[in-house]
Design a protein. Structure first.
Length: 685
């Protein structure tokens, strides 16, 4: 009879997994064996139970990997290495002394137990780094005779001792479900005093989740006494167990995290029938290590968020004080801007009156009158009734200005300028003040956002100590000195930063099959679409064209769109016509050109987080394809430094907590400014 007990929403199996199971460790070992031959770099200890082993699988920064071992719970590679302690404890220092430079020769799981062994070789001697992942857990280094060189902690059990100098003894093991035969399973049932499901869970050490899975797949009652089972029934269970663990045996994993109502429930190396209910949603990953890393990192994030206290009242008061100062600055700039506009308007409103005063003063100067004489002329003008509308407040001979008062408003006029030019000075001043006011308003909005979030930026250092941070992986590329991006289809596009860069691109890197892009507008970069013999799609050409116009002086001059053309590599030449001369960065294009008219000027700045971490600037469609975080800009009036700070702030706003380190390091405002198009910009959206 088939068991009627199902794994459904609301059962205890929906509780979030705390520790890895034996099958989980078997799947991790399967993946870690691909790093046999790698060499140990350094070891770090984070807290009482967690060790991080850094090893190098290949040369360069990209070859570094971090293995997290939390005794009693988990082991997996991580992309979120915790910050290294300034004063490492004695145990990781011991590991560094004995294992640094050692080669990994094997990774195994003895007896299908919750134990991981990493066999190392250094100088002809073999060692084993052994992690116990059952409760309470331990980590130790064994010599080639299985003797404990040093454990993380000394422990005494009824049947064994974990102590320096002692020979290591494995705990009592059960039957390995990956290696057992049918008779072994039948004998296990016959010796058991439990029901079937408990016999399998304990005797095979696969736990309740996988034991329940067996009876969800076969037509047997899990509650029957194991000792009463027949050969035929045992054979059914044997085939079902083999079916369940075939993905590990064949290396055909399907790693995923199981969610219910967006809450993580489990992380598994392959699919189980027990989670087939529609209430469960599955998120798949390229490897089980990545899935475990995401699962336990998010778990730590959820736990840590409850421990991170909000900023102190003192810090909030500081933000509030800054906000009040910014509000006052916005108000002051607005008042001064309005006053300048009013003064410009008053000059035109009193055209005849002001023009008469300026003409009188200029006429007196031309006739050689002294400033004292000019004052007398002004007094004469007043005697004709002018003083009723205007008061002369003073004259400044060194600055050639006259200060007058009209209807209670003081106007300083330059006697060397026309009335219209004096009015324009006030209007220009109002535009400067408007720009300052807009900048102050943007800063004010950012401060209000900080206050609304509880001063998140003020506690970033606190968050970093609680939240695992994704590791920054940066590589050096030969094309980093140029502008560059990758199209949506993965083709590399290069752009020169100046005439010298344009020259170098064409002479050294324009190869057979490549396409050359340029704008019809002066002061534009050379852009090369590197095809490597492949055929470009219309999207590739469109993105390269947009790159060409967006990084030209069209952007600096505030255009919304521009024209671009492209030609084959063999149509570009440095050989001028007879009698002509080509300066650095200039080229001759022969043959028909292919035009892309009215290409919009848009640029996205993105942060790519994958095997490497990098800042990319290019067409929005391409940047969105490769980058996790993207900010889009268009031509505007905000300068390089200010827009770079705004983009950096936007990245911090949209980035996950574990990526804050990457934003601060990879997307620092100075680095953002380096990849921006020439001229002013503004944010889109």
């Amino acid at each position: 009879m088939k068991s009627t007990t199902l794994i459904t929403p609301g059962t205890k199996l929906c509780a979030m997994k705390e520790a890895m199971s034996n099958p989980d460790i078997a799947a991790v070992v399967l993946e870690l064996r691909s790093f046999i031959g790698a060499r140990i770099d350094k070891s770090y200890q984070h807290g009482t139970n967690t060790i991080r082993i850094r090893f190098r699988s290949s040369y360069g920064e990209e070859g570094l990997r971090d293995l997290i071992i939390e005794t009693g719970k988990r082991v997996h590679l991580t992309s979120y290495p915790p910050q290294s302690p300034k004063l490492p404890p004695s145990f990781p220092m011991f590991l560094r002394k004995h294992t640094k430079g050692a080669r990994i020769v094997d990774v195994r799981q003895p007896h299908f137990d919750r134990i991981l062994e990493i066999e190392l070789e250094r100088g002809g001697e073999h060692m084993v780094l052994l992690a116990e992942l059952f409760d309470p857990g331990n980590l130790m280094l064994l010599d080639q005779d299985q003797r404990i060189m040093l454990p993380m902690r000394t422990m005494h059990f009824r049947d064994r001792v974990i102590k320096r100098g002692e020979v290591y003894h494995y705990p009592e093991s059960g039957i390995n479900p990956l290696a057992m035969d049918e008779n072994e399973l039948f004998e296990l049932f016959k010796r058991s005093k439990r029901d079937l499901v408990r016999t399998i869970a304990v005797g095979l050490k696969i736990g309740s989740l996988y034991a329940e899975e067996v009876f969800l797949r076969c037509e047997l009652d899990k509650n029957m006494q194991a000792s009463t089972i027949s050969h035929e029934e045992a054979a059914i269970i044997y085939r079902t167990i083999n079916e369940i663990f075939d993905p590990i045996r064949k290396g055909e994993l399907k790693p995923h995290i199981v969610r219910r109502d967006d809450e993580m429930v489990d992380v598994l190396p392959f699919e189980l029938v027990g989670y087939a209910d529609e209430a469960f949603r599955k998120e798949y990953f390229d490897s089980f290590n990545i899935a475990l890393d995401e699962y336990y990192t998010r778990k730590a994030l959820l736990e840590g968020s409850g421990r991170v206290e909000t900023v102190t009242d003192r810090r909030l008061s500081r933000i509030e004080r800054i906000m009040r100062q910014q509000e006052e600055a916005v108000s002051r700039f607005r008042e001064e801007e309005d006053l300048c506009i009013k003064k410009g308007e008053m000059i035109y409103a009193n055209y005849g009156l002001i023009d008469e005063i300026l003409s009188a003063i200029r006429g007196a100067i031309e006739k050689g009158y002294s400033w004292q004489d000019i004052s007398e002329i002004i007094e004469s003008a007043r005697s004709r009734g002018i003083e009723s509308a205007m008061v002369i407040k003073g004259l400044d001979g060194s600055r050639k200005t006259v200060l007058i008062e009209l209807d209670g408003v003081e106007l300083e006029l330059d006697i060397r300028l026309t009335l219209e030019q004096n009015a324009k000075l006030y209007y220009d001043r109002s535009k400067v003040l408007r720009s300052k006011r807009n900048g102050a308003m943007r800063a004010l909005e950012e401060t209000r956002l900080r206050l609304k979030r509880g001063g998140e930026e003020e506690v970033e250092d606190v968050v970093d100590t609680k939240v695992p941070q994704r590791r920054v992986r940066q590589k050096k590329h030969w094309y980093d000195r140029f502008r560059w991006f990758k199209t949506s289809n993965g083709f590399l596009v290069l752009g020169g930063r100046d005439a010298k860069g344009n020259e170098e691109l064409v002479r050294k890197y324009l190869e057979k099959g490549d396409l050359f892009f340029h704008t019809t507008y002066p002061a534009a970069p050379v852009v090369i679409l590197k095809l490597g013999g492949d055929k470009p799609s219309d999207t590739d050409i469109e993105e390269a064209s947009q790159f060409a116009v967006s990084f030209s002086s069209l952007w600096k001059d505030g255009f919304a769109a521009g024209d671009c053309y492209w030609v084959r590599h063999d149509q570009v030449s440095k050989t001028p016509e007879h009698g002509e001369y080509l300066p650095t960065g200039a080229f001759v294009i022969r043959g028909e050109r292919n035009f892309r008219k009215n290409t919009p000027l848009l640029c996205s700045i993105g942060i790519e987080i994958s095997d490497e971490t990098q800042l990319i600037a290019g067409p929005p469609s391409a940047v969105k394809k490769w980058c996790r975080y993207v900010v889009e800009i268009r031509p505007g009036k905000i300068g390089h430094n200010e827009i770079a700070r705004m983009i950096h702030a936007r990245f911090l706003e949209i980035a996950d907590l574990e990526d804050k380190r990457i934003v601060r390091e990879v997307a620092h405002p100075s680095k953002i400014a380096h990849v921006l198009p020439p001229g002013g910009s503004e944010l889109v959206g």
